[in-house]
Design a protein around this ligand. Sequence first.
Ligand SMILES: *[C@@H]1O[C@H](CO)[C@@H](O)[C@H](O)[C@H]1NC(C)=O
Ligand SMILES: *[C@@H]1O[C@H](CO)[C@@H](O)[C@H](O)[C@H]1NC(C)=O
Ligand SMILES: *[C@@H]1O[C@H](CO)[C@@H](O)[C@H](O)[C@H]1NC(C)=O
Ligand SMILES: *[C@@H]1O[C@H](CO)[C@@H](O)[C@H](O)[C@H]1NC(C)=O
Ligand SMILES: [Zn+2]
Length: 493
Amino acid sequence: MKLPGYALLLFALTACFSKIQEVSSHGSHGWQDDRDLETTIERCDTAEAKEADIATQQLVVEKFLSSPDEVDIEANIMIPVCFYVISDDTGKNKLSNGDLQRQLDALNTAYGSSSCCNTTLSWCAPGTCSIKTGIQFAVAKVNANGVLVPGATVRDVSTSGACVFHVVNNVWAYLDSGDEMEMKTALKKGDAKTLDVYFTDLRALGFTFYPWAVTPGSIKDGVVVKASSIPGGTNTRYNEGDTLVHEVGHWLGLSHTFSGGCDISDGIADTPPQGNAYGGCSPATRPDTCPGGGPDPIFNFMDYSLDACMYEFTLGQALAMRACYTYFRRGRWENDIIDLQFGEQSDPFNLIPRERQVFRYMIQGNTTCTISANEGNADMYMNLLSPPSWSSADLCVKSNLGSAESCSTGAFSANEFVQEPTKENETGLFRLLIRTLAGLLRRAFADVEDPAPVPSQSPTQSPVQQWTEPVLLYVGVLAVGSTPVQNASVLCK
Ligand SMILES: *[C@@H]1O[C@H](CO)[C@@H](O)[C@H](O)[C@H]1NC(C)=O
Ligand SMILES: *[C@@H]1O[C@H](CO)[C@@H](O)[C@H](O)[C@H]1NC(C)=O
Ligand SMILES: *[C@@H]1O[C@H](CO)[C@@H](O)[C@H](O)[C@H]1NC(C)=O
Ligand SMILES: *[C@@H]1O[C@H](CO)[C@@H](O)[C@H](O)[C@H]1NC(C)=O
Ligand SMILES: [Zn+2]
């Protein structure tokens, strides 16, 4: 089913996107005392989203919406999960498989259509429920050697082969930043598509990294939560498992609903703007910190409310999470190749971090390609005959392009270009051409970059000529860094 209304949402998001300006400081969360607020617990230690983070998330959504095959909310995204419980030798943080299963179930409830407010609380009208995000979670599978079986899942946390590990370590059981990488390096099993969850003890309730801020699947990628925050845990008022729900929201690219303040909020069109975090659960005195958009989203999983209040994701948030999972975690980096004429400027394009765009030209003679962009950093790769390999093996690599950079193919000897082909074997001929051109062009570049260039021709060779046959030139642009490349354009002539 295609979602109608998404076009409108896109319009709203785009409007919002262009409105991004300075994000005001929101380090202090503006606690007020007249409500049932929690002031002693730090709810979340994930870095507050900055302007560039919100812009990245919005750009991913835009791209997702313009690829209609992906906007299929009926197709569940099933995310494999690995659990690591780190207790100490006194038994602190110890969780049973039953505890972990309840946490997994709470996660699935929150992201499914059965996430409703708790009817035992006076303010909850029965039947007040959230939307279905189309995202669900299942226990990942490891083989007999404890190695992840990519994409495979098992029935529950107690099934043999479940990616569930109970570890005793007195240092990691009180995690501080110095131990984080050591712990993750020792324990992590998951790949880019897998959610690794570490249950331990730490100052905040939990933390993670946006999917553009770390390389998905790298050691650092994953979610850390306080073991006592699981459903039925000992962390009073934060023990319905919503800490993990919230951190997974970040892991899937969501900001706090108040991250950007009243001006840009969280960059999601259908969450009301919110000036600062709400730390309680007293809906009768629900705040309204920003003009327009209605009262603050205190029921949203991405606010700072007590677990009792949290039960909601919006359609816009679901879309953003699906888009981020598709791009960053399923690795949809490579766009279709765009064919351009020699001398033709490309349409302006935007790339999210790690996204790639390849342009193809038919050229005949030394060609120079120039890229320009308003914002962000990109690397440019050039190759003849085949698309770039995105490595130093390519013919021209320019790293960290600033405002404008260029790369040239150089020239080569037509004599060497038409060396005797191997039989009537086209593959062989093709390979030979690549080898020959690659060798020549690499030499040409070495000459260009060498401060004391050697003469370009040896006396025994014929002089360098323009080549006689047209050749395919591929120009690849790769967004690097953690912010999008915006309004980029490529021109080869
Ligand atoms: C609903 O609220 C009651 C009372 O606070 C609490 O005991 C119960 O655990 C809550 N239910 C869920 C599913 O969190
Ligand atoms: C190719 O063109 C560029 C830009 O005009 C020039 O700097 C370079 O020297 C040329 N290379 C050769 C080998 O002609
Ligand atoms: C063509 O050449 C390639 C590379 O030299 C070789 O692997 C392949 O077997 C050849 N094919 C035929 C049909 O000769
Ligand atoms: C995008 O770049 C082009 C030049 O490449 C420039 O003319 C245009 O004004 C830029 N657009 C924005 C919105 O910055
Ligand atoms: Zn958070």
